[in-house]
Design a protein around this ligand. Structure first.
Ligand code: HEC
Ligand code: HEC
Ligand code: HEC
Ligand code: HEC
Ligand code: HEC
Length: 192
């Protein structure tokens, strides 16, 4: 999508993708957030900025930002279960089979891949971006019901071309917000 006058005037400042994240994604000194220690000690997928390559270049900036689609249109279980569903190929095809059949999408290699997955009846092997250790218990439903916004944990998703982890989501970060909101900080709440 062409932007008018691009390059002619001062570019808009790039919105910080981490804006709006609770406590700026930081927690307690014992979480070592300053050096994001997982980046250096083996678990890059549990550090801020983790941004795996996806099998199809799906853009949240385009779909959730420019097209203003609701998060829950695609992540339809987020308010009623522990997990936020990743949409099936059929959800994409609802638009991309007919409705959205522009010149750009007809030529698009990415849409070609999407249609191949659909024809083969295979799920798209999306790479998980937010990976929690197995011993952690987390539930979306309770947070959404309590009015915690997606951005407080995931950042400015509607500005992301590629999804990245906006907070390290370490224990001190979770506990800090629970303390502030008067929510339980019993070990058993978050640990199995
Ligand atoms: C309190 C913090 C928090 C809030 C609020 C939150 N999420 Fe999450 N989200 C997480 C965590 C933590 C994970 C990783 C869960 C895991 O791996 O067990 C996650 C994972 C996900 C996933 C991957 C699938 C899954 O469930 O593991 C999607 C998609 C997602 N979130 C979407 C959303 C959307 C959409 C909203 C707003 C309606 C939202 N999240 C609100 C913390 C949050
Ligand atoms: C509500 C309708 C709608 C849904 C649902 C939808 N899209 Fe889109 N998508 C669009 C529109 C509109 C465009 C922009 C088309 C254009 O620029 O001509 C687009 C563009 C794209 C592009 C960029 C194509 C290119 O190279 O120019 C990709 C890739 C894409 N969508 C993938 C997906 C995937 C994957 C899903 C499912 C997770 C999905 N879309 C769901 C409406 C939708
Ligand atoms: C058109 C469908 C669609 C819409 C609308 C959409 N998403 Fe997504 N979302 C996806 C798909 C497909 C993936 C998996 C691929 C990826 O990570 O890019 C995903 C991945 C994510 C993840 C990362 C999940 C993980 O692997 O940990 C989060 C967080 C997320 N979305 C949040 C949001 C939020 C918040 C909104 C609203 C601002 C939103 N999404 C709107 C389709 C959508
Ligand atoms: C921005 C604030 C915030 C952050 C960050 C946050 N939480 Fe929460 N959490 C809440 C609120 C508010 C509730 C709702 C309590 C209620 O339903 O009364 C809640 C509830 C929960 C519950 C259900 C509690 C129960 O009594 O069953 C679990 C489990 C939980 N959070 C785990 C986590 C984990 C794990 C993380 C970090 C990955 C996290 N939370 C990060 C605010 C937060
Ligand atoms: C609000 C949620 C929450 C509460 C309450 C909580 N934890 Fe955690 N805890 C987490 C999360 C999330 C992680 C994983 C963080 C990460 O990936 O670095 C974790 C990790 C841990 C680890 C592993 C640390 C590491 O670096 O490997 C231990 C041990 C632990 N918690 C013990 C406790 C104890 C003991 C309590 C009670 C005093 C407690 N936790 C309460 C969310 C919580």
């Amino acid at each position: 999508m062409a932007e008018e006058g691009k390059g002619a005037t001062v570019e808009k400042p790039k919105l910080d993708l981490r804006a709006g994240v609770w406590n700026n994604g930081q927690a307690a000194p014992w979480d070592f957030h300053i050096i994001d220690h997982y980046r250096y000690f083996n678990f890059p997928e549990r550090a801020r900025g983790y941004k795996p390559e996806q099998p199809i270049k799906f853009s949240h900036k385009l779909h959730a930002g420019d097209l203003k689609m609701e998060c829950q249109f695609c992540h339809h279980t987020v308010a009623k279960s522990e997990f936020a569903a990743i949409p099936e190929v059929e959800v994409c095809m609802g638009c991309h089979s007919q409705l959205v059949n522009t010149e750009a999408t007809q030529k698009s290699e990415e849409i070609k891949k999407l249609k191949e997955f659909h024809e083969k009846g295979e799920p798209i092997p999306w790479q998980k971006v937010h990976v929690m250790p197995d011993y952690v218990r987390f539930t979306h439903k309770r947070h959404v019901k309590a009015g915690v916004a997606c951005q407080e944990c995931h950042g400015q998703m509607d500005s992301m071309e590629v999804v990245e982890r906006a907070s390290s989501m370490k224990m001190g970060w979770c506990v800090g917000c629970h303390r502030e909101k008067g929510t339980s900080i019993d070990c058993a709440v978050c640990h199995k």
